[in-house]
Design a protein around this ligand. Sequence first.
Ligand code: ADP
Length: 475
Amino acid sequence: MEWGRLTLAGAMAAQEDENWTPVGDPATGETIGYVRMCSEDDTREAVASAHAAFAGWSGEAPQARSAVLRRLAGLISDHTEELATLLTTEQGKPLAESRAEIASAAGYFDFFAEEARRVNGEIVASPRADSRILVMHKPIGVVAAITPWNFPVSMVARKLAPALAAGCTVVLKPAPQTPLCALALAALCRMAGLPEGVLQVLTGDAATIGAVLTQDPRVAFLSFTGSTATGRLLYGQCAITIKKLGLELGGHAPFIVLPDADLDKAATLAVAAKFRNAGQTCVCPNRFFIHDEVYDDFLGRLLQQVDRLVPGDGRNPESTLAPLIDEAALTKVERHVADAVAKGATLTRGGRRAAVGRTWYQATVLENVGPDMLVSCEETFGPVAALSRFTDVEQVKSAVNASQYGLAGYVFGRDISSLLKTAESLDLGMVGINAIHLGLEMAPIGGVKQSGLGREGGHAGILDYCEQQYLLVGL
Ligand code: ADP
């Protein structure tokens, strides 16, 4: 399959010089392609092209934009195997997870193909008989989208779909670890009929590209998903030109098991949520709070499932535990585990690099985790389940709400009243109640506190890519 500008063979033929940068396979460490190091000038040129394309794209009938997005959703589905293979090759996750991610991405384009036709305004009751008040939603303009490596297809789709549906043009800067998926999506956009200039993809040095994108007044909106530290930096950089921002940042999700929970379900979903993508997801549970009455039962079930995880190359259908993205990620996980053990946690499973390859870490379970440990405060972003017991749910709520993060969390139990009371008392943007798959295109995704600003997805998601304009009409 040729991805337009990207053919792996063509990319491999690129010179290894300062204009190109290699893309690696985290499982093997091999170089699988090269992408261009875009300069400041390239970035300005991309913004200029997106700016020039805005009038045409925003001027299209919503039905025309909808048709492009629907075709794109179809093309993504039709190319599931090629895209999933590419995703696994450059990111490492098992193929089954990659296929699920491709389906989610197609879902975003499908959903926003419909929403494109529903950006309705409002006629507000006027205080005077001789005037009318009209409120319209107009596409905001050029959107800069900066995306992470952990979901290199769906995180792009989550931004691109509502932006294009609203009539915006987009300059996309994917993560340096996973630019090929973004280029593949861009090639499919062209196949779907997206006009020239509407989407630009910039690869290369993040700080160089980011500085231009955040300072250029022609960029109206920055949509960023990544770490809180980088989000904070970009927030500051955007202040100069007063850009609108959407930030989906780090999380530190609690997983709370109440005494009446269905323990089989809780353990199965705990393992699925924790070890998906080897724990490299911003909504994955970092802390497990298990009620003392059911702690031992839950732990037994959890360990059974953890012991069944198979670390291995994502292209092998047996593999269920992905590698970490790079050496730095491994070192961070090692630091968190060593810190927990030094401060009194019990290492019940794992705790070492897995021998299957260079960047695997064993599925790890820590018990007796205390609040002063790094795993209790920082995002681990690795396959480490940190467990502690509780007897008073009020203490759990206080611990959760003391965090600087407020992205996602999970509560398991049967009594609807305690479930709702617990979920509602948590300062989190999203809570799964006996459920873990929060990333649905029809729902508002995002966090509170230092986990971000704004929401992505859902009916309101498209309005983030619009500005309201109010017209006062005298009669
Ligand atoms: P991680 O540490 O997990 O890679 P980051 O927040 O650093 O998380 O990365 C998320 C995205 O932000 C990536 O596309 C990355 O290249 C980009 N990024 C990192 N630093 C900057 C920066 N200074 N300016 C613009 N983008 C950046």
